[in-house]
Design a protein around this ligand. Structure first.
Ligand code: PGA
Length: 255
């Protein structure tokens, strides 16, 4: 039984004071939704403040990126040891990190290992570009990303990951994938690759989210798919409506 998990990726939005106002507004409603993990991923600058605001709740907190080294001369970077004091999750390999900051599967793999070594739950993002989608390369691209990101991990580590399947053409475009197509990539390609690399039990244990223009009026269809365990939500996580999205997700999974 995989526990559904919904995460809000705020990206580079909200000052510390914006974040305080927003979390105060949604915290009670979000905490009241039971049966699903709900996670907020604000910018680094708001983590410490939001940690305090969430202390009496069951709402999880995550970062949006991390370096793999424990410390050192890496100006501008944030280490797993620093995040460990502030949050429980970390988004790794988001397509924006890959596209604008040159992150590769090999770097994401190092980050995953570092996160796991510090008991942070990685939310590992994979997904094809529009050109790859149009060329019919989704399966090959996503399978390759899964393989590259998971290199050297033991089965027991893989089951502790959250994978987010985010077709890049669906991110921030309002053009979500169809639940059937996303579910097929998640079930056949992502779980299929993990089953081939490890075993069927590992493939069935890992939680996989959908991401890309998920909102309160389409989340039910995604959650109704048996292979989809939640969502990584960008734009729609910046509004109070995120509470409705999470509530609908929980209701749809019947938890
Ligand atoms: P979106 O972003 O929900 O705004 O499409 C999702 C993401 O990038 O994680």
């Amino acid at each position: 039984m995989r526990r559904p998990v919904l995460a809000g990726n705020w990206k580079m939005n909200m000052t510390n004071s914006d974040a305080v106002d927003f979390v105060r507004a949604i915290r009670r409603g979000l905490n009241d939704v039971k049966g699903v993990e709900r996670v907020l991923c604000p910018p680094f600058t708001a983590l410490a403040t939001i940690k305090e605001l969430l202390s009496a709740t069951e709402i999880g907190l995550g970062a949006q990126n991390m370096h793999w080294e424990e410390k050192g001369a890496y100006t501008g970077e944030i280490a797993p040891t620093m995040l460990k004091e502030l949050c429980q999750y970390v988004i790794l390999g988001h397509s924006e990190r890959r596209a604008y900051f040159g992150e590769t599967d090999e770097m994401v793999n190092r980050k995953i290992k570092a996160a796991l070594a510090h008991a942070l739950v990685p939310i590992v993002c994979v997904g094809e570009t529009e050109a790859e989608y149009d060329a019919g390369e989704t399966e090959q691209v996503v399978s390759g990303q899964v393989q590259g990101c998971l290199a050297g991990l033991a089965a027991g580590q893989v089951t502790g990951l959250i994978i987010a399947y985010e077709p890049i053409w669906a991110i921030g475009t309002g053009k979500a994938a169809t639940p059937g197509a996303a579910g097929a990539v998640i079930g056949l390609t992502i779980r299929g690759t993990i089953a081939r690399l490890y075993d069927e039990a590992t493939a069935q244990a890992v939680r996989v989210q959908y991401g890309g223009s998920a909102k309160s009026d389409n989340i039910a269809e995604f959650m109704a798919h048996p292979d989809i365990d939640g969502a990584l939500v960008g734009g729609a996580s910046l509004k109070p409506d995120f509470v409705d999205l999470v509530r609908i997700a929980a209701e749809t999974k019947g938890v």
